[in-house]
Design a protein around this ligand. Structure first.
Ligand code: MLT
Length: 312
């Protein structure tokens, strides 16, 4: 019956509001990306996409929600690199990123920035490193939980420095940023989509970007490589997923709509202001996201194993 009705489904879809789950707090970097593309996709689909924030446990609560949602094309997930680190970080994960979802397409690769509260004593990357090494556990590091990009970046940074900071977990780096602006937390590694405006306004200190080349919207900020950590590199890729079993026609329609959104001049402009850019058209596809996810799971498994960070 499903197959026979698929033509009719394709003509009707979507005929009601679609919910896009963001597995982190409102006002943060994932939310920012989601709202930009949701707006543009809504125009293309002729139906509203509502963004719903389901934060907690480094993005795994929101992802689990979508894994278990009705596979009817009306619930989708926008998640990032955490989709590939969670299987290694959590001994018991209630979903399987590879088998519980239909990939829709890749969205964007976002650079990260190492930042600190505006009155933090370190003035540059070298001073940051020596300050952390000297003060260790007295320095607080904000992240969005095990599985967040800010967790991954912090873990790699501490391991590269062979030192430690005291982790303060949030449900997203939106609220973490608020605490940093209030001077309640010291250091964070967070995506340019959340940090650019605060950096430009001088409300936080910035030490480095985590990409191999400088970020055009932050031309004065050195890369971690330039700053002296040649092997330290993180780019936060984002993807859209539907629950496993979502009709192929709906997945194809969503993927096409994602491609339209990523070519939208407003989206391109806002992304650029936020230090990022849309992926190429041929990466905003189910095939590209499916193979990227698999490759990233394989890439991070040994790194996380070596770092020895786990949750049950
Ligand atoms: C967020 O949207 O809050 C972030 O993506 C959190 C993170 O992964 O660091």
């Amino acid at each position: 019956a499903l197959v026979a009705s698929s033509g009719a489904f394709a003509q009707k879809y979507p005929d009601k509001t679609i919910t896009m789950i963001v597995p982190f707090s409102a006002g943060g970097p994932t939310d920012t990306v989601a709202r930009l593309i949701a707006q543009s996709m809504s125009n293309d689909l002729g139906q509203q996409i509502i963004v719903e924030n389901v934060g907690g446990a480094g993005g795994t609560i929101g992802a689990a929600r979508v894994a278990k949602a009705e596979p009817d094309g009306y619930t989708v997930l926008l998640h990032h690199i955490g989709m590939s680190t969670a299987p290694s970080l959590y001994r018991k994960l209630s979903f399987n990123p590879l088998t519980d979802f239909e990939p829709v397409g890749l969205v964007t690769d976002v650079p990260m920035t190492l930042i600190a509260r505006s009155d933090f004593p370190a003035q540059n990357f070298g001073e940051l490193v020596s300050y952390i090494k000297t003060n260790k556990d007295k320095v607080s590091y904000a992240n969005a939980g095990l599985g967040a990009a800010s967790h991954l970046c912090g873990m790699l940074f501490m391991s590269a420095l062979d030192t430690n900071m005291t982790t303060v977990p949030y449900k997203g780096t939106g609220p973490a940023m608020n605490d940093m602006l209030g001077g309640q937390v010291d250091v964070m590694c967070d995506q340019t989509t959340n940090t650019t405006s605060q950096i430009k306004a001088g409300k936080v200190k910035v030490y480095a970007v985590t990409t191999p080349t400088r970020v055009p919207s932050l031309p004065d900020v050195p890369t971690t490589k330039e700053a002296g950590l040649p092997n330290f590199e993180v780019a936060v890729w984002h993807g859209v997923y539907a629950p496993k079993g979502t009709p192929k026609d709906a997945v194809a329609r969503l993927s096409k709509s994602l491609q339209v959104a990523l070519a939208d001049p407003n989206v391109v402009k806002r992304f650029a202001e936020l230090g990022t850019e849309p992926v190429a058209q041929d990466r905003a596809t189910p095939e590209a996201l499916g193979s990227h996810l698999k490759a990233e799971i394989d890439k991070w498994a040994p790194v996380i194993k070596a770092a020895g960070t786990f949750a049950d």
